[in-house]
Design a protein around this ligand. Structure first.
Ligand code: ADP
Ligand code: MG
Length: 247
């Protein structure tokens, strides 16, 4: 395929670590406004795939197009500016700043955290902070010190910090790990809200959660795609049951 309407087109993507192909000629297309979930056994290459898309890891071969532009040679920080946001498993919020300040410093001003703190927030930034805080369910916690938030709230704050950059592709690696049942439900709602104007890729193991949020599911195994489609179809696939769901 050449020119497409996809948010993300990954074609024949390969990365070798000392001859071991962690990602092996993988092809994947994600639509705008799509919430895609990637599942698969440990070591399947899920995290490595996100590392390649965000530019943390350099591909050995293949193509990664973001909104039709080849980005395989583009540096990680430039991919952020193009609109690719990635949440890692450990949150990286500023514990002694308020929720408001954490969001404010994430506004893409090109300044360092200290520079951003020193200047008075314009109305535009304030409005964005408030809108994002509502989106992540922390609208009434703007003045709360981030260190005092629950584990789940910290995860949402980090998602909010990414949303401040208005990414058109947002990637989350196991976002509900360690969350309570209630926090998982709220996270499902949050993800459904935020995929309405962007593509979202989520890696997750919790099948009830996957069922709730996924538009489509991609199953990875040994650096390749084993199956892809609606959750019901994937769950009934004997190959998937054999390598993943059966255990
Ligand atoms: P998953 O997220 O699906 O559990 P990973 O993407 O973390 O899997 O890992 C896929 C495989 O690639 C594993 O065998 C892992 O050990 C290997 N791997 C990942 N990153 C590196 C690296 N930087 N160097 C060497 N091997 C790696
Ligand atoms: Mg992983």
């Amino acid at each position: 395929m050449s020119n497409t309407d996809f948010a993300l087109s990954v074609e024949d993507l390969t990365v070798s670590f000392d001859g071991f192909k962690a990602i092996d000629k993988l092809t994947l297309y994600v639509d705008k406004n799509e919430l895609r979930v990637i599942i698969g056994p440990n070591g399947a290459g899920k995290t490595t795939l996100l590392d390649l898309i965000c530019g943390k890891t350099k591909a050995s071969a293949g193509s990664i197009k973001f909104k039709n532009h080849e980005i395989i040679q583009v540096a990680e920080h430039k991919r952020v500016r193009l609109g690719i946001g990635r949440k890692f498993q450990t949150p990286s919020i500023y514990e002694n700043l308020s929720v408001f300040q954490n969001l404010e410093v994430s506004f893409p001003s090109g300044r360092s955290v200290w520079g951003a703190l020193a200047f008075t927030a314009t109305e535009e930034i304030q409005a964005r902070v408030k809108a994002v805080a509502e989106d992540i369910g922390l609208g009434d916690k703007l003045e709360t010190e981030a260190g005092l938030l629950s584990h789940g709230q910290k995860q949402w704050l980090e998602i909010g910090m990414l949303l401040m950059q208005e990414p058109e592709l947002l990637m989350l690696d196991e976002p509900i790990a360690g969350m309570s049942a209630r926090e998982r439900d709220l996270t499902a709602e949050l993800l459904q809200r935020i995929c309405q104007n962007r593509a979202v890729i989520v890696i997750e193991h919790d099948m009830d959660f996957v069922k709730k949020i996924a538009h489509k599911v991609t199953v990875m195994h040994q650096g390749k795609i084993l199956a892809e489609g609606p959750m019901d179809q994937v769950q009934a696939d004997p190959k998937v049951i054999d390598v993943y769901l059966g255990h």
